[in-house]
Structures are given as C-alpha cells and as structure tokens.
Design a protein around this ligand. Structure first.
Ligand code: FMN
Length: 172
C-alpha cells in the first residue's frame, strides 16, 4: 500500500509525530501538502495541531472527500489536552461531521505547549484563555495543568502514543 504522511505544524509537535510515523512505515512525508501531492497514494495519514477546537490542515481531507474516495484516510490531531474521553468525544464531534468520522479514521496524540515560543497572535489568544481559566473557582486537574504550563513548558510527545494509529494502519 503506497502511503504518505502529510502534516501542518506550528511549533513542531505534529512534525515530530509525523516523522516518527514515516520512519516506522518507511513511507513518504510532506509538510503543507496540497491535494495534488496525495492523489497518487492508497493511504493518506494527515496530521495537524489543535487550535481552538479545529485541526490545522484537516481540510485537506475533509474538503476533498469525494476526490479521495477509495483511499484509506487517517487523521491525527495533536493537542496539549490530556485526551480524556470527556474532552475528546466533543472535540471530534466539533472537528468532524458524523459522515467524516465514518470515512476518516481519527486519532488524538498529546503534543506540548511552550508559551515562550508562541507568536504574537497565539500569545494573545492564550492570554485571553488564561484570564478566563484563572476566574474558575474550583479548577479541575486539566485546567490546573494548563495554567502551570504557561510558566513551565510541557512536552508530552512520545512514540508510544502512536501504537494505536500504527496498529490501525498495519491492518488491511
Ligand atoms: C492559540 C492556541 C490554541 C490552542 N487550542 C488548543 C485546543 O483547542 N485544544 C488542545 O488540546 N490544544 C490546543 N492548543 C495547544 C496546541 O494544540 C499544542 O501546542 C500542539 O502540540 C501544537 O502542535 P503543532 O506545534 O504541531 O502545531 C492551542 C495552542 C495555541 C497556541
């Protein structure tokens, strides 16, 4: 099966996972791919960071489903949240329609967060979020973790997290 990994990555976390996947599968890899780059493949693994509930670059698959019919489509989203069921189910329901969820196998991988490296726009958005989070009276563990990450960068990238995705890709 001719496979390619394509990805968009702002701060390198998705890139890291994409490179590990390409290494494991010994397949092609391309950053910022366009439709023409993926048409010649049987399987397309597309990855992007989570930004305010959307997945960077996922439109390459979601907007072109008809043109990609017959291919195996896999999407991985890389975010800083823990991936707990209570967050991840609504996340996928926002990111993909029920039909897209049926046609695209989707996986969540935990990335990281480094406030000090954010560009101006992202910093502004994250400052707004921080102000909101700080108002919470009884923040849960996830929120406390996120607030702490503004001071101390976190990086949860780990090859082990790819197990489920790689097992899925290995299946015919
Ligand atoms: C402006 C902004 C919005 C974000 N929104 C989310 C989000 O909705 N959910 C999440 O889990 N992580 C969110 N994150 C964290 C990123 O998804 C995380 O840093 C990810 O690892 C980035 O991957 P990349 O560097 O490959 O783009 C956000 C980060 C920024 C800067």
């Amino acid at each position: 099966m001719k496979t390619i990994v394509v990805y968009k990555s702002k701060y390198g976390y998705t890139k890291c996972y994409a490179e590990w996947i390409a290494e494991e599968l010994r397949c092609d890899i391309k950053e910022n791919a366009a439709l023409g780059d993926i048409l010649g493949y049987d399987a397309v693994i597309c990855g992007g960071g989570c930004y305010a509930g959307s997945i960077n670059g996922a439109k390459l698959l979601t907007k072109n489903l008809a043109k990609l019919s017959g291919k195996r489509l896999i999407l991985f989203a890389v975010g800083s949240n823990s991936g707990a069921d209570k967050d991840i189910v609504p996340f996928w329901d926002k990111a993909l329609t029920p039909e897209q969820q049926k046609q695209i196998a989707h996986f969540y991988l935990r990335g990281g967060f480094d406030y000090g490296r954010l560009n101006g726009g992202d910093r502004l958005l994250m400052n707004l979020l921080k102000a909101r989070l700080k108002k919470q009276k009884d923040p849960d563990e996830e929120t406390r973790g996120l607030l702490a990450a503004y001071e101390t960068p976190v990086d949860f990238t780990d090859k082990e997290r790819l197990k489920e995705l790689l097992e899925y890709v290995g299946k015919e």
